[in-house]
Design a protein around this ligand. Structure first.
Ligand SMILES: [Zn+2]
Length: 344
């Protein structure tokens, strides 16, 4: 049995589920566990479940929660790591929740607890251990209920002058396009997020197009369109979903093309639930559109455009990586992360 002292645990706290993993220095998952978040039960209950998850992960390694050296939690919203505070996490219904101190009280022991944004830790996870391993420049785009992202330049997460970099989902691709949750029109998020896909599918069904999507959604019993329903409808050859999804892929392809013209990265990683499930079949058309929009066509396939390698482990792996970095005194990647969640 392994000595549990010095365990580093990364946690992905999503609106629907949470996922904790103990990760070693090489990025190997030593033990992991998932649980439902159930945010409707309130912050205390959710934090109790996070503590339980951490205890179970440590327990699987013959240790206890008090043996954990450091924890980083990827939160779907804005955090203030210096104060251990979740400023705002709409998917959880949280505002000004002192997550670090409440969790520390539940855990006992002296684990250091760090907070960061979920999309940013997922980008860092892909960079440290996934598609971006060994690269200096990487773009991460996470397509979920929204579209989030992150940018690695010279091997480090690029935060920008106000810590607001990486909001690729709000690059405007069509100024006359549909309204985005941010209030603008035609952002990538308004064209290609899962929420936008659902909106367009419903619109086509209302216009009389035949589709099995609503039936699939009913069978699944979840109020919103999920990645598994999208995948199932595409597999079944549902015409409405096929058409709507192709439009979303086109929009992401334009977004990637724009990003590459601006940044010229070594790799663009497409993550989030849809990419986790559909992999290359989602990314191939995106790549094709993106390549067509590269200004410099020479060596275009040197720019890798790939689906997430780590899938839903990207965030816990990245969170563990952040915890390890901060223990060694490296600067916090994002003290005031403001990006909304996009990867659950
Ligand atoms: Zn927007």
């Amino acid at each position: 049995m392994r000595n549990g002292k010095g365990l580093i645990i990364g946690v992905d706290l999503g609106g629907t589920k949470m996922h904790a993993a103990a990760v070693d220095e090489a990025g190997k998952v030593l033990a992991s566990e998932r649980a439902k978040t159930l945010p409707e039960e309130g912050a205390e209950a959710v934090i109790g479940r996070i503590a339980g998850l951490i205890g179970n992960v440590a327990g699987a390694l013959g240790a206890s929660a008090s043996d954990v050296q450091a924890i980083c939690i990827g939160v779907p919203g804005g955090v203030n790591d210096a104060e251990g505070m979740v400023d705002k996490a709409p998917n959880l219904g949280w505002e000004k929740v002192p997550l670090a101190s409440l969790l520390a009280a539940q855990l006992g022991g002296g684990a250091r607890i760090f907070l960061d944004n979920d999309v940013r830790v997922a980008v860092l996870g892909e960079h440290a251990y996934g598609c971006g391993r060994g690269t200096q420049t990487m773009v991460g785009i996470f397509v979920g209920t929204g579209i989030g992202g992150g940018l690695v330049v010279n091997g480090r997460l690029h935060l920008g002058s106000r810590g607001a970099a990486g909001e690729f989902g709000h690059m405007v691709l069509d100024p006359n396009g549909p309204r985005c949750p941010c209030g603008k029109r035609g952002c990538a998020e308004a064209l290609a997020s899962r929420t936008s896909i659902e909106r367009d599918v419903r619109k086509m069904i209302e216009k009389g197009h035949k589709s099995s999507v609503l039936k699939l959604m009913k069978k699944e019993g979840r109020p919103r369109l999920t990645s598994s329903v999208v995948a199932r409808a595409l597999e079944d050859g549902d015409k409405v979903m096929t058409k709507v999804f192709a439009r979303a892929q086109h929009a992401v392809g334009l977004l990637v093309g724009n990003m590459v013209n601006a940044i010229d990265p070594e790799v663009v990683v497409i993550g989030g639930g849809l990419a986790e499930r559909l992999g290359e079949s989602m990314v191939a058309p995106i790549r094709e559109v993106a390549y067509r929009h590269f200004l410099l066509q020479r060596d275009r396939d040197k720019v890798r455009i790939e689906a997430t390698a780590l899938k839903d482990s990207a965030a816990p792996l990245g969170a563990a990586f952040v915890a390890r970095m901060r223990l060694t005194g490296a600067p916090a990647p994002s003290r005031h992360a403001t990006a909304p969640s996009a990867n659950d």
